[in-house]
Design a protein around this ligand. Structure first.
Ligand code: BGC
Length: 380
C-alpha cells in the first residue's frame, strides 16, 4: 500500500493538485484511514496468511518543513514496523511513492542536484527511526512513471512538460536512489535495497504491420528496458519518438541495488500514426474475451513471463512488488490471482530468481487520477 492512497489527509503536493481540480477523481480526503488504523491493516494482512507487507513513508509528514523532522510521524512508522514484525510480516519500505512535501518543488526540485541531498537526509532519518527490523527497501516506486507523468506530459505534480527537465529529473532520482541506499546500509547493516519498476506488455495493434511492430520495440526499450540498463550497467538511454531522449550515466548505481521489483498490471496495443497526427496511439484491448478490468485494463497473464525474463537478465533477485486489478464486483479477481500466481510458479520451475509476490492492494485505496472508483483491494 502507498501512504497517500490509504493514510488520508496527507499535507503534500498531491493534495494541492487535487484541490486545484487537476484530477478526475475528486479529493482523497481521509482515504482508508490508515494513518490511524495501521494496526488493523497489519492484522488483516496477517489474517490473510501474508508474510510481508509493503508500505511507503510520507515524506511530507516526516519533513513538513525543509530540514525540520517530525519525530511523532517517524515514531508512527516505527510502530508499524514493530507491529508487522510481531505479526510475522516482513516490512517492505518505500521512500518515494509519487508524493512530495509542499516545499520540495520550489526549494529542491528533482531538476536540481539539491534534490539528491534532500532525499538522502530524509532517507537517513527514516532508516534510523525504523531500525534493523526494516530490512527490505524498495526506495523508489516507479521513478520512470513519475518522470513521464510529472516532467514529460505534466499530468501529475509538479506538472512540467519538458524533455530536458525529464532527463534531469530521472538522473537525479537515480542519484537519490544511490544516496538513499548508502544511508540505509549505514543505518541498517544487512538491509536489502531495491526499486519498484512498472513494466508493461506491448503488442502491435495490427499483428503483421511492420510499423506497429517497430513501435512495440521502441516502447519496450523506453518503458521497460531503460531502467534495467540503468541498474545493470550504470548508464541508460531511452528514446521516445519523435524528440525525447532520456540518457545518463551513474556508474555507482548497479552496486546500490540488491534486488529488482517488478510492478506488472497489463498490456497496451500500439498503432503507428495515431489520432490527431501523433506518431502512435495506444489502447487496451480484450483479445481473449476475458473482459477488461473496471478501469479498462486488459487481463493478460501471458504478457507477464517475458517481462520477468527481461528483468531476470539483470542477474539480481526479483520480487513482484505490485500486481492486481480493479474489480468492484469481484467477478475476475480469483481467476486473475490464480493465473498470475501460476506464472510465478512456472517462472520458478524455469529457474527465474523470483523470491516474492506482493499483491496490490490489501484494501481499496485512492487511485491517483481516478479517485475512489477503481477498487484494487482484497478487502473492501
Ligand atoms: C502504482 C500504484 C497504483 C497502481 C494501480 C502502480 O503503478 O504504484 O500506486 O495504485 O499502479 O494504478
Amino acid at each position: 500500500m502507498s501512504h497517500y492512497q490509504v493514510e488520508g489527509n496527507d499535507p503534500c503536493d498531491w493534495t494541492d493538485w487535487e484541490s486545484a481540480g487537476k484530477t478526475r477523481g475528486g479529493p482523497c480526503g481521509r482515504a482508508a484511514g490508515s494513518w490511524e488504523r495501521y494496526e488493523e491493516d497489519a492484522e488483516a494482512a496477517a489474517a490473510l496468511g501474508a508474510n510481508a507487507f509493503r508500505f511507503s513513508v510520507s515524506w511530507s509528514r516526516v519533513e513538513p518543513r525543509r530540514g525540520e523532522f517530525d519525530e511523532a510521524a517517524l515514531e508512527r512508522y516505527a510502530r508499524l514496523v514493530v507491529r508487522l514484525d510481531a505479526l510475522g510480516l516482513e516490512p517492505v519500505v518505500t521512500l518515494l511513492h509519487y508524493t512530495h512535501p509542499r516545499w520540495f518543488h520550489d526549494e529542491t526540485p528533482w531538476t536540481s542536484t539539491a534534490s539528491v541531498d534532500a532525499f538522502g537526509r530524509f532517507s537517513a532519518r527514516t532508516a534510523r527511526a525504523l531500525g534493523p527490523k526494516a530490512r527490505c527497501w524498495t526506495v523508489l516506486n516507479e521513478p520512470l512513471v513519475l518522470v513521464l507523468g510529472g516532467y514529460l506530459d505534466g499530468q501529475v505534480p509538479p506538472g512540467i512538460a519538458s524533455a530536458r527537465d525529464a532527463a534531469r529529473a530521472l538522473d537525479h532520482l537515480l542519484a537519490a536512489h544511490e544516496a538513499a541506499a548508502a544511508e540505509i546500509r549505514a543505518a541498517i547493516p544487512g538491509a536489502a535495497i531495491g526499486v519498484a519498476h512498472n513494466m508493461m506488455g506491448f503488442a502491435p495493434e495490427r499483428a503483421r504491420n511492420p510499423f506497429d511492430r517497430a513501435l512495440v520495440r521502441v516502447a519496450g526499450r523506453f518503458y521497460n528496458q531503460a531502467l534495467l540498463d540503468a541498474f545493470g550497467e550504470g548508464r541508460w538511454s531511452a528514446y521516445l519518438p519523435p524528440f525525447t531522449r532520456l540518457a545518463g550515466r551513474r556508474p555507482g548505481l548497479p552496486a546500490s541495488l540488491d534486488f529488482f521489483g517488478v510492478n506488472y498490471y497489463s498490456r497496451l496495443h500500439l498503432r503507428f500514426l495515431g489520432d490527431g497526427g501523433r506518431i502512435g496511439s495506444f489502447a487496451y484491448r480484450d483479445p481473449h474475451g476475458r473482459g477488461l478490468t473496471d478501469n479498462g485494463w486488459e487481463v493478460v497473464p501471458e504478457a507477464f513471463p517475458p517481462l520477468l525474463r527481461q528483468a531476470a537478465s539483470l542477474g539480481k533477485p526479483l520480487f513482484v512488488t505490485e500486481n492486481g486489478l480493479a474489480d468492484a464486483a469481484d467477478t475476475k479477481r480469483a481467476a486473475f490471482l490464480e493465473a498470475h500466481v501460476g506464472v510465478l510458479q512456472a517462472a520458478e520451475v524455469e529457474g527465474l530468481p523470483v523470491h516474492g509476490y506482493l499483491h496490490w492492494s490489501l484494501v481499496d485505496n485512492y487511485e491517483w487520477l481516478d479517485g475512489w472508483e477503481p477498487r484494487f483491494g482484497l478487502l473492501e
